[in-house]
Design a protein around this ligand. Structure first.
Ligand SMILES: Nc1ncnc2c1ncn2[C@@H]1O[C@H](COP(=O)(O)OP(=O)(O)OP(=O)(O)O)[C@@H](O)[C@H]1O
Ligand SMILES: [Mg+2]
Length: 510
């Protein structure tokens, strides 16, 4: 008697207990070869934990993984690598001080003599770098000098050199430009053709419809559904599986009254800007900044916050010129920046949620020089509630939180400050659909309290969903200032495209 061929790999009764948190609860599902399986779920649902078990970084509390017909007990990362598993983590694992080539071969340098054959190392590394679109960078360059997107590509090149049969990507596109994302999707399609088993974690559902063949949904550590085909599947169905309820409108925008100018930027120039930038944000107003990655938005935010030098121009906060030379000047003037790279500039992994949240604003709440314990506790508890931070306690170390919940903690820190103007760079990166909606509510509330809000986002629906006005950036220039009522997807996107592709977009000859 022959039965149906079993799927190539299977998670069998996997559970993972952390102190106070059951991260995975009896997870069972299987995946065929030659296909891309999406893993989706809210922040803290257990996606990264499952991949860490797959990679041998964490042992499961119960259960095992079956690959082909072998039961695997991944006790460490080496045994997972030997079994042909490569996981590209949410937090990149590269060593900034080493070169790209050394990073790619870290742990499996090509054997030869007692000495490393650098010529061979560079050549082989370069082959894989070309595949991931890094053909114009030298393999000798230190990883510390690369952009986040480029580092992500180095991680992928590293997985490719291992020739793994199972490859998992944990939110790979959250720091990639749209061109880099296209390159990545090209690679994933090739891997699928080579009959590999691929896992793809993302909060961007459009990507899942573009690249995945099937979807597994997690909620609170439990496997809630596996959809074995994308046929007939809608975005709303996935969201409903994820959050257990329907979400009708995640933006629920409503207009607010606007007052005098909260922030006035005149002819500001600096690194990353091709021409002087001028704009105004009024009290209570939400300004969205849209552009493709590299359009100059992050650079402008850093200049306004004093994290990058301003070469010329003038900045006013509520009618007063402010001379911002360093972030401390900006904070004193009431300008706050919630940075894009929250891993580097944000969360302090070894401190608790409470410390991370209060560390900056507590200076306003001292009692005769001592910490105000009551305020410290109330503030962190309020932020945990308001941002729906998933944790067993406010004393939990930030490093034990899921990626999206770490992002929320950084947001919590800046929200505790005394703010007149807030600059939010990609405020919902890595945040799940349901929690996005909560963050939008907080942004509306800040604006409602009379704060000027500037929000940078690479997600066009988000920018259009929450902004009163949209500033469009392209190639280091502010190219348009579009009121909400006049904003359409086509208009904003065509403004944001670089000159060359713009002609293409309009169907003209180049
Ligand atoms: N080392 C750890 N110690 C304690 N708890 C942990 C640890 N790692 C993860 N957790 C907890 O396990 C749960 C699942 O986390 P996980 O990182 O797998 O979520 P996720 O689905 O990847 O979320 P996100 O979308 O935010 O990345 C969370 O509640 C998290 O706080
Ligand atoms: Mg995660």
């Amino acid at each position: 008697m022959s039965s149906l061929p079993a799927d190539y790999m299977e998670f069998v009764h996997i559970s993972k207990q952390f102190p106070g948190v059951l991260a995975l609860d009896d997870v069972n599902f299987s995946v065929p070869q030659g296909s891309v399986r999406a893993l989706v779920g809210e922040n803290g649902a257990g996606k990264s934990t499952l991949l860490k078990i797959l990679s041998g970084a964490h042992p499961p509390t119960t259960g095992h993984i079956r690959i082909a017909d072998r039961e695997m007990a991944f006790e460490d990362t080496t045994s997972a690598i030997d079994a042909g598993v490569a996981v590209i983590y949410q937090e990149l694992q590269l060593v900034p001080e080493l070169s790209i080539a050394e990073n790619i071969y870290l742990g499996h340098l090509p054997a030869g003599s007692m000495f490393i054959d650098y010529r061979q190392l560079w050549d082989k590394a370069f082959e894989n770098m070309r595949m991931v679109g890094l053909g114009d960078v030298s393999p000798k360059v230190r990883v510390g000098r690369l952009s986040i997107g480029q580092r992500q590509m180095v991680e992928i090149a590293k997985a490719l050199t291992r020739n793994a049969g199972i490859i998992a990507f944990d939110e790979p596109t959250s720091s990639l430009s749209s061109r880099e994302t296209d390159v990545l999707f090209g690679i994933i399609r090739q891997l699928r053709e080579q009959n590999k088993t691929i896992f793809y974690v993302s909060h961007r559902l459009e990507e899942i419809f573009e690249i995945c063949d099937s979807v597994t949904v997690f909620r609170d550590g439990r496997h809630v559904a596996t959809r074995r085909t994308m046929e007939g599947l809608t975005r709303d169905m996935i969201v409903k599986d994820m959050v257990g309820r329907e979400i009708v409108d995640i933006y629920h925008y409503h207009p607010r009254p606007h007052g005098e100018a909260a922030l006035k930027v005149e002819d500001v120039t600096g690194p990353g800007l091709a021409s002087p930038v001028s704009f105004e944000v009024r009290k209570g107003e939400i300004i969205g900044c849209f552009g493709l990655v590299g359009a100059g938005r992050t650079e402008l935010m850093r200049i306004l916050f004093g994290a990058a030098p301003r070469r010329s121009g003038n900045v006013e906060v509520f009618g007063r010129t402010v001379d911002v030379k360093a972030p401390a000047d900006a904070i004193r003037a009431g300008i706050m920046l919630c940075p894009e790279d929250r891993k580097k500039e944000g969360v302090i992994p070894g401190l608790s949620i409470q410390e991370n949240t209060n560390i900056s604003a507590r200076r306003h709440h001292l009692r005769m020089g001592f910490l105000d314990k009551r305020w410290e506790y109330d503030n962190v508890m309020e932020k945990i509630r308001a941002l729906a931070i998933k944790t067993p306690s406010q004393r939990q170390l930030a490093r034990n939180l899921s990626g999206g919940n770490q992002q929320k903690v950084v947001l919590a820190r800046w929200l505790a400050e005394k703010i007149k103007v807030i600059l939010l760079d990609e405020p919902t990166r890595g945040i799940d659909v349901g929690a996005k909606s909560e963050i939008y509510d907080i942004i509306y509330r800040l604006a409602g309290e009379g704060i000027g809000v500037v929000a940078v986002s690479s997600e066009l629906p988000e920018v259009m969903g929450i902004s009163d006005r949209i500033l469009v950036f392209s190639e280091g220039e502010l190219v348009a200032d579009v009121p909400r009522a006049e904003a359409t997807q086509e208009k904003i996107l065509s403004l944001a495209l670089p000159q060359e592709s713009k002609k293409h977009f309009r169907g003209e000859e180049i």
